[in-house]
Write a protein that binds this ligand. Structure first.
Ligand SMILES: O=P(O)(O)O[C@H]1O[C@H](CO)[C@@H](O)[C@H]1O
Ligand SMILES: O=c1cc[nH]c(=O)[nH]1
Length: 316
């Protein structure tokens, strides 16, 4: 990968704190859970962390740092909804570990960050039950945030996925649409150690889980096939088309849709940090099902993710 020089004025730091997360180095552990909803940060921390010494919020981005029952220092932070917000958060997460704020330069040595998204998602496959925890192996981004980071393609599977999804989307856009040909999917890969750690932890907890491909969208409504406004959808029934598509990857199907996994993996993988995602399925639209009380599933996913962070540190 082309190495990019660090340009100090590009990183706003105020009183040794990054501008959006309002954190100084040391306040964010290198083992992190990241969630969309700021209230989920407190909810998971109340259930799983003790000895909390950092609890900060700025612009709705809450971060709590404390210790697990086994004494591992872990932070839980907020991505906000969608990849544009996540892009801000991840740059600051990485800078907090990789940049020396006092010297104003990149450190020679820094820890490997382990970061796992615990989010909600919509199910795509008829035979995957509501409440199933989906462990992401690959993600395909239909947002364009990732396109601004020219990371190398992680493997051949990503190449295949980009083609498959491009064809699915193109096939679904009406000829008359001014946006035909303009949606560019990008594929990204979860770190294999994170996938392994999540699968082993899910098995240990006898959780109902599946691993699969996660499609990340740049919106919740039209972008995921929901027709609520009076404006026609560019890609009608996008969810139905993806659920029926063959991924071309052995034993992996398009399992769920959400709004952050693509960029999380795309950004962290080329930096050598380790990222993954575990997201319960909280709705299945074709069956008109919505899991109202999904908090139990968040607890289950957070427990699995924290145990995965433990494994990842033990394997380092
Ligand atoms: O529950 P979170 O983590 O926010 O994730 C999902 O929920 C939000 C949409 O409702 C999007 O952020 C989507 O990715
Ligand atoms: O269907 C869903 C559910 C949660 N989050 C999403 O982005 N989509």
């Amino acid at each position: 990968m082309r190495e990019q020089p660090f340009h100090l004025p590009d990183l706003p730091i105020m009183n040794h704190k990054v501008y959006h997360l309002n954190l100084s180095p040391g306040e964010l552990a290198p083992d992190i859970l990241i969630v969309g909803d700021p209230n989920r940060v407190s909810f998971i921390a109340e259930n799983f962390l003790r000895g909390v010494d950092i609890n900060k919020e700025h612009r709705g981005l809450r971060t709590i740092t404390g210790y697990t029952d086994w004494g591992q220092r872990v932070s839980i932070t907020t991505s906000g909804m969608g990849t544009p917000s996540l892009e801000i958060v991840l740059n600051e997460v990485v800078a907090l570990h990789e940049i020396d704020f006092y010297e104003g330069k990149r450190k020679e040595e820094f820890p490997t960050i382990n970061i796992i998204r615990v989010g909600t998602s919509g199910g795509l496959q008829p035979d995957t039950e509501l409440g199933t925890l989906v462990i992401t192996e690959y993600s395909v981004g239909l947002d364009n945030t990732g396109l601004f980071y020219d990371a190398p393609i992680p493997d051949e599977n990503c190449q295949k996925l980009e083609k498959v999804v491009k064809d699915v989307i193109e096939g679904a856009i009406p000829e008359s649409s001014r946006f035909k040909g303009k949606i560019e999917p990008y594929a990204s890969k979860a770190h294999p150690a994170v996938v392994k750690a999540l699968i082993e932890s899910a098995q240990e907890n006898t959780a109902n889980f599946k691993s699969g491909i996660t499609v990340s969208n740049s919106g919740f409504f039209a972008n995921q096939g929901r027709s609520v406004s009076r404006i026609p959808l560019t890609v009608p029934d996008i969810d139905v088309h993806l659920s029926r598509a063959e991924s071309g990857l052995k034993d992996l199907r398009f399992e769920n849709m959400e709004m952050e996994a693509s960029f999380l993996l795309h950004f962290m993988f080329p930096l050598g940090h380790r990222a993954g995602a575990i997201c319960p399925i909280i709705d299945k639209r074709p069956e008109e099902k919505f899991l109202i009380n999904y908090q139990e599933k968040i607890i289950e996913a957070a427990k699995v993710a924290l145990q995965a962070l433990r494994r990842l540190r033990e394997w380092t």
